[in-house]
Design a protein around this ligand. Structure first.
Ligand SMILES: [Zn+2]
Length: 509
């Protein structure tokens, strides 16, 4: 079996030094045999910059390569995606001369060689980025990539401590996006029962709740706020789901307060102890990295796959790699991808605790881990520049402050101009669906106090809604990312109030 030969445990037993030297060797092989000869973009780039792939043999040597970013992937002239330039397209003449090709042709015949190359290089699946403002950028997968997607999926299951006899419910929205397909292939790779509902768009909250009752799953996989809504409705309907033991989340940040609320809802559904774990993934990596069960302790960090990619953490201003444990921007280089390949990709994601090579205290894994919270580099910058009511506001912090308030179920922050007059002062309205029966005045004062402590300003108004109304405000089931912070200040005096500009960290810029 293909997968059997590539078990995570194979690299997981290595020391940090051994690991880096193997990564260096794999990087050299990947660049020399796959990327430089077969990628239009990188073939040109290496030649023009005078970089010899033979000179890149260690992880440190990577710094000789320039970074790529979302901007590298689109045309400067008209903003269209440069998809083909980043796809590995093999040159048959180059392949035919390789000793491995000749040996395979002799032992298995020419048609076997052809089939193997088609499986390795022909794109057969596409995902794309989920940017709201920018045009989506396609990312292509070959059969080789899908085998790796099943492999990383299986590792997700292993790290999250799933069991083959578990029943998994995948609630990610059905779409050409990594999250859905990673979860789908996790079931395939781990050879376990997985029902993909397609999320709210496909069968609505009701349909998802019905399947929750019918399947009685052991594990839920999906977006945090959607799973929260589904569980909330399940509780309202008096459902009994005693088996839930794992919740694996992706696509959004997962504050501690939300994890607590999810566990509380599961308890109300009759489940015992539930581990809530987050994953971190992005289109350009073609894989997602999970936390392992923390057993009620601190989050364990995102467990990386060092054989499949190199993760660097850099200072976003200088571009220099920072030491272990220091915050910085996440940069990714694949080591075994086909189809679309981007090297030293700057994610725009800031990781607050940097990278660690220490053994994981929770599961004993030796793979490197990304520690702490993830926020968007662009958001931090934008928020530092953009003032609300004349005061600098960090919305990443704000989000955590409200999510950690136990009485607040779901919420949305709306920025607007007083009386919708563009010359008027800013207003902050907080929309809340309460999670408890505490008096409204009490909830109002708690929100106001927390707000003031975190941002030095107070909201002008707090408006109460029921959970369903807030779901509509978030665009649950419609928008792929929920609109938790909405800036309507530019809409003042514009008649159409539906044209809101979300400024949450979910927006890709
Ligand atoms: Zn662990």
């Amino acid at each position: 079996m293909y997968l059997e030969n590539k078990l995570s445990t194979h690299w997981d037993s290595l020391s940090a030094d051994e690991l880096r030297s193997r990564q260096g060797r794999r990087l050299h092989h990947f660049l020399k045999n796959h990327v430089v000869p077969f990628s239009a973009h990188y073939g040109n780039l290496f030649e023009e910059a005078g970089i010899d792939p033979d000179g890149i043999r260690t992880v440190e040597d990577l710094s000789a390569l320039p970074f790529s970013s979302k901007r590298s992937l689109i045309s400067e002239a008209d903003g269209t995606p440069l998809t083909r330039d980043f796809v590995l397209v093999p040159d048959e003449k180059v392949l035919a001369k390789r000793p491995s090709t000749i040996v395979r042709a002799l032992t298995h015949g020419r048609s076997a060689v052809k089939t193997a190359f088609e499986k390795e290089y022909r794109p057969i699946l596409m995902t794309s980025t989920t940017g709201r403002s920018a045009e989506p950028i396609p990312f292509l997968y070959t059969q080789h990539d899908l085998d790796n997607l099943a492999l990383t999926g299986r590792r997700l299951m292993e790290v999250c401590d799933s069991r083959p006899d578990f029943r998994h419910l995948n609630l990610f929205p059905f779409a050409p996006h990594l999250a859905f397909w990673q979860a789908h292939y996790a079931g395939i790779g781990y050879n376990t029962f997985t029902l993909s509902t397609g999320g709210g768009k496909v069968m609505g909250t009701e349909g998802n709740v019905r399947l929750l009752g019918k399947i009685n799953p052991d594990a839920l996989i999906g977006m945090p706020t959607f799973i929260y809504h589904v569980l909330q409705v399940a509780v309202e309907k008096g459902l009994h789901c005693p088996n839930i033991r794992r919740i694996v989340l992706g696509g959004e940040k997962v504050p501690e307060g939300l994890r607590r609320k999810l566990r509380t809802l599961c308890a109300e559904l009759g489940s015992g102890k539930v581990e809530v774990m987050a994953t971190y993934g992005f289109t350009e990596a073609k894989m997602a990295f999970p936390e392992c069960p923390s057993n009620g302790g601190e989050a364990t960090g995102y467990h990386l796959y060092p054989d499949l990619g190199i993760v660097e953490v850099i200072d976003p201003d200088t571009g220099k790699v920072v030491p272990d444990g220091e915050p910085g921007e996440v940069v990714f280089t694949p080591l075994d991808s086909r189809g679309s390949v981007v090297l030293r990709y700057r994610t725009g994601d800031l990781i607050s605790g940097g990278i660690t090579h220490e053994e994981c205290p929770a599961c004993g894994g030796k793979m490197p881990r990304l520690m702490g919270r993830i926020s968007r580099v662009s958001d931090v910058r934008r928020m530092n520049i953009g003032k609300v009511k004349g005061t600098l506001v960090n919305f990443n912090e704000l989000e955590h402050v409200l999510d950690d308030l136990a009485d607040v179920g779901t919420w949305q922050i709306e920025l607007r101009k007083r009386n919708d007059d563009p010359l008027e002062s800013d207003e902050i309205v907080v929309h809340v669906a309460p999670a408890s029966r505490v008096e409204r005045e009490e909830i109002e004062s708690r929100i106001s106090e927390r707000f003031a402590a975190a941002t030095e300003i107070r909201p002008n108004r707090i408006e109460f809604h029921d959970a369903a109304d807030l779901r509509r405000r978030h665009g649950v089931g419609k928008a792929l990312k929920e609109e938790k912070v909405i800036d309507r200040r530019d809409d003042a005096a514009v008649a159409d109030s539906n044209t809101s500009t979300p400024v949450s960290h979910h927006e890709l810029s």
